[in-house]
Write a protein that binds this ligand. Structure first.
Ligand SMILES: Cc1cc2nc3c(=O)[nH]c(=O)nc-3n(C[C@H](O)[C@H](O)[C@H](O)COP(=O)(O)OP(=O)(O)OC[C@H]3O[C@@H](n4cnc5c(N)ncnc54)[C@H](O)[C@@H]3O)c2cc1C
Length: 392
């Protein structure tokens, strides 16, 4: 009689969930993986500052990919994709409850999926993605929403706007300002509001100064040491009023928030979460509950308590989780450990099509290198590798 296959359920089919699924299927063919996500397309959100602002710059085939197709090489009994949203985890039955289909609201079409091991890779979202106090821009995938429609609506709004305020002077705010300054259509009047005294907090001083000087050359107005205290939008005219900590108010066609990350944690037991809503994990990336590591549940990517929620951190985490589940399935005692500190600090920030700034460890990157690594196509050349779990 054939032995029962070990079932692994992975929640979230973005960079982290895809990475761990492929790596596990390659390492432990005796495992059977069920990957769950509300969308059956992989969204390479990293390139959003480019294609939302310059629609003609990248075809959708560079940032939207069919998920199922990339699993065709494995035996069919090894992999199942479920299009749906996980609503809850039931440890008494070792199963997750999933709402399937096109709608986010109906509970009637809920199914239950059993697991031996569970991997939480549900990531995060942003205020702008949800349209909370900001122009709605799909910086991340949104459950059950048509991503293509959200993209084309956002592109149309950005094309039309001439007066734009961006809240947040981090990498996304700087990248977006650089793209908008070169946007097609009428000349845009852009204000970037940074709550800190320099842009790109955490970068070296040289990098911070370079970002600022490129943006100023592109006529972006930069307000430093200023916070956005309130934003309102007139429902009739759709004009935004942005109130700053200085007391100044700015009216704009669009206000874009680039700050804040929100954990996708609605279905996760509260006992797994730290006070900010992120999943506690140990060095093996096993979920920690009441101070103890669970042997059946792992988490990786943005949803974990590790700071620096970055794509550049996801591949190593996926390798760690896949290796540890494979070892556990095979009763192997070799354990992989993840150390956030061991990963090199890096920041690569294109400021427009042809230049930018950044650093890799202590090395400052020249504008031409930033163009080469990221600016020319916003890393979309890497997307197929993330999609197939080929990044180490
Ligand atoms: C605009 C932007 C630009 C960025 N640029 C960079 C960059 O240049 N470099 C860099 O290193 N990082 C960058 N990042 C950060 C990077 O996007 C994240 O670190 C990365 O997306 C994390 O991947 P993830 O798979 O953990 O989570 P996510 O990408 O957030 O994906 C989570 C997935 O889980 C799904 N999901 C959520 N809840 C459920 C549920 N209940 N059931 C089923 N599925 C669910 C979601 O729909 C989604 O598909 C950027 C972020 C943004 C917003």
């Amino acid at each position: 009689m054939a032995s029962k296959r070990v079932s692994v359920v992975v929640i979230g089919a973005s960079h982290a969930g895809l990475g761990v699924s492929h790596k596990l299927l390659r390492q432990a063919p005796e495992a059977s993986v069920t990957l769950i996500d509300p969308s059956d397309e992989y969204y390479f959100n990293i390139a959003t500052p480019r294609f939302l602002v310059k629609p003609g710059s990248l075809p959708s085939s560079k940032y939207l990919y069919d998920i199922r197709e990339t699993f065709n090489d494995y035996p069919s009994r090894s992999f199942t994709f479920v299009r749906g949203l996980v609503r809850s985890i039931d440890y008494s039955k070792k199963s997750v409850s999933v709402t399937t289909g096109e709608s986010s609201s109906t509970e009637s079409n809920a199914i239950s999926v059993a697991f031996d091991y569970l991997v939480i890779a549900s990531g995060s979202t942003t205020p702008a993605t949800l349209g909370q106090g900001s122009l709605k821009l799909p910086f991340k995938a949104t459950a059950f929403e048509d991503t293509r429609k959200a993209i084309s609506e956002a592109q149309a709004k950005l094309l039309k706007a001439t007066r734009i305020v961006i809240g947040g002077g981090g990498p996304l705010g700087v990248e977006l300002a650089g793209e908008l300054a070169e946007a097609p259509g009428s000349v845009k009047n852009i204000t970037l509001v940074s709550k800190t005294g320099s842009l790109l907090e955490g970068a070296t001083e040289t990098v911070q100064r370079t970002a600022e000087s490129i943006l100023r050359r592109k006529n972006v107005e930069i307000l430093k040491d200023v916070t956005v205290d309130q934003v309102t939008q007139d429902p009739k005219t759709e004009i935004w009023t942005v109130t700053l900590s200085t007391g100044q108010t700015i009216t704009a066609d669009e206000y874009i928030s680039t700050t804040g990350v929100i954990p996708n944690n609605e279905f996760i037991p509260k006992s797994f979460l730290n006070q900010d809503g992120w999943v506690n994990v140990d060095e093996q990336l096993r979920v920690v509950e009441y101070g103890n590591s669970r042997s059946d549940t792992y988490a990786l990517g943005d949803i974990t308590c590790h700071p620096y929620r970055l794509l550049s951190r996801v591949a190593v985490q996926a390798t760690t989780v896949a290796s540890n589940i494979a070892a556990s399935v095979r009763k192997n005692t070799r354990i992989a450990k993840y150390s956030a500190k061991a990963q090199k600090m890096m920041m690569v920030v294109p400021v427009g099509q042809s230049t930018g700034t950044g650093h890799l460890g202590g090395w400052t990157l020249w504008g031409c290198l930033v163009w080469f690594f990221k600016g020319k196509d916003f890393l979309t050349y890497e997307a197929p590798k993330f999609l197939r779990g080929k990044v180490q």
